[in-house]
Design a protein around this ligand. Structure first.
Ligand SMILES: *[C@@H]1O[C@H](CO)[C@@H](O)[C@H](O)[C@H]1NC(C)=O
Ligand SMILES: *[C@@H]1O[C@H](CO)[C@@H](O)[C@H](O)[C@H]1NC(C)=O
Length: 399
């Protein structure tokens, strides 16, 4: 009897042991997965993804046309960052869109040669963004002004499609004082360009800003404090730098102050609806295919965007060709060679940037193709969504 009891006790304990092992391994398995994922995330955040390894993932094929623009439109990108974001945010810009700039510099308050960060001689902190921006432009002016045509300022949570930036800028002469970005109806009649999605200054605008505007206290605020995009807008305006129209030939935006998901789904916030300089569109058809910049893009998403833009393709789907025209209607490009007289013409012209169209050597001036000539089906689709013409007219600042 006692023997049987002992045996059954043994059986029970064996079953119990087995059960415990089972529970233990299931728990361990789950634990490992969760833990590994967290570890991976931490590694990701600490940049275990090296620039070279991510560079090897994507098979970017640059067409000869885009390649030509790379030589014609040389751009320097500088990214406003801070030491604590070097390996949380900045490095992911470097791994993704930043590598497509002709030159990439991170403006910080600590040197980091492996990242490419420069220590500016300004106090750190959000309240000193204006001081940092001034120092950053002084830095690019002193070290690189003649090497590049355009100088893009972006944040470490901006995502930029550099090929499209070059495409738009190829219409403008960098010797012309102009800058482009996401235009907001704030502070000045001409508006300002919001800092988050970045703005790009021509070489001449950069020169005017640093040489003429910055030292002059009746043009630029001399202290470090202030909102960088508002302050620079005032400086540039007062020193005769124009705000360019960065929309495409269908008046669709290309610099966006929010992430693409927000602009696409249409839930744009009230502040943007109220302050957008041009009509704030929402939805698929209202975002330009030649979109340039988005803001509030988390590091993980930058890899997603790179993946979708430069790697994944849908079998059998041909994208619209040719690429949509670069300029909005009524806005013409500037002659590649800007003379004093064409600059005066630009100021007096009937369209707000009414300079003569870009001269094509030995040919007729190039006119942007209309959508109807590019893609009639799409034209009818989009025209029903375009705002009435008076909207664009009403927003046109007199020059
Ligand atoms: C950063 O590097 C530059 C150039 O090497 C040097 O002149 C400067 O003193 C350094 N600044 C800091 C804060 O380390
Ligand atoms: C500073 O700017 C004002 C206003 O544009 C101008 O009248 C003045 O001559 C400038 N001062 C210097 C030193 O350039």
């Amino acid at each position: 009897m006692a023997k049987i009891k002992k045996l059954s006790q043994k059986k029970v304990s064996t079953v119990f042991e087995l059960f415990a092992v089972l529970i233990g391994s299931v728990f361990g398995f789950v634990f490992t997965i969760v833990f590994a994922e967290q570890l991976q995330m931490a590694n990701f955040k600490r940049n275990q993804m090296s620039p070279s390894s991510s560079g090897a993932i994507f098979h970017e094929v640059v067409t000869t046309e885009a390649d030509k623009l790379t030589k014609e439109v040389r751009n320097l990108c500088w990214i406003l960052t801070q030491p604590k974001s070097h390996y949380r945010k900045a490095v992911h810009v470097k791994n993704t869109w930043g590598k497509r700039c002709d030159k990439l510099i991170f403006m910080s308050t600590e040197n980091d040669t492996s990242l490419g960060a420069v220590a500016l001689d300004t106090p750190e902190g959000r309240e000193n963004l204006w001081g940092k921006t001034k120092a950053a432009f002084r830095y690019v002016y002193e070290h690189h002004l003649e090497e590049y045509d355009w100088f893009l300022k972006a944040d470490d949570d901006t995502y930029t499609i550099i090929e499209n930036l070059r495409y738009m800028l190829s219409n403008y002469d960098p010797k012309f004082p102009i800058y482009f970005g996401s235009r907001l109806r704030l502070f000045y009649k001409e508006g300002i360009l919001g800092g988050g999605s970045g703005y790009v200054l021509s070489r001449e605008a950069t020169r005017k800003f640093v040489e003429e505007a910055l030292p002059n206290k009746s043009i630029c605020k001399q202290s470090n404090q202030g909102l960088e995009d508002v302050e620079i807008a005032g400086c540039l305006l007062k020193s005769g730098v124009l705000i360019g129209d960065s929309r495409d030939s269908l008046e669709r935006g290309r610099f966006f102050p929010l992430g693409p998901h927000i602009h696409i789904r249409g839930g744009i916030p009230q502040w943007y609806k109220k302050n957008a300089f041009y009509k704030p569109y929402a939805g698929f058809n209202d975002c330009s295919e030649s979109a340039i910049a988005f803001h509030y893009v988390a590091p993980e998403l930058m890899y997603w965007y790179d993946f979708l833009l430069y790697f994944v393709r849908a079998f059998g789907v041909q994208r619209q060709q040719p690429f949509p025209a670069e300029l909005p209607p009524g806005v013409r490009g500037l002659p590649r060679e800007v003379s004093a007289s064409s600059w005066q013409g630009a100021k007096r012209g009937s369209t707000w940037l009414g300079a003569s169209p870009r001269a094509v050597p030995g040919g007729k001036p190039r006119r942007p193709p209309t959508l109807t000539s590019v893609d009639p089906v799409r034209a009818s689709l989009v025209s029903s969504r375009l705002p009435p013409r008076h909207w664009a007219g009403r927003n046109t600042p007199p020059l």
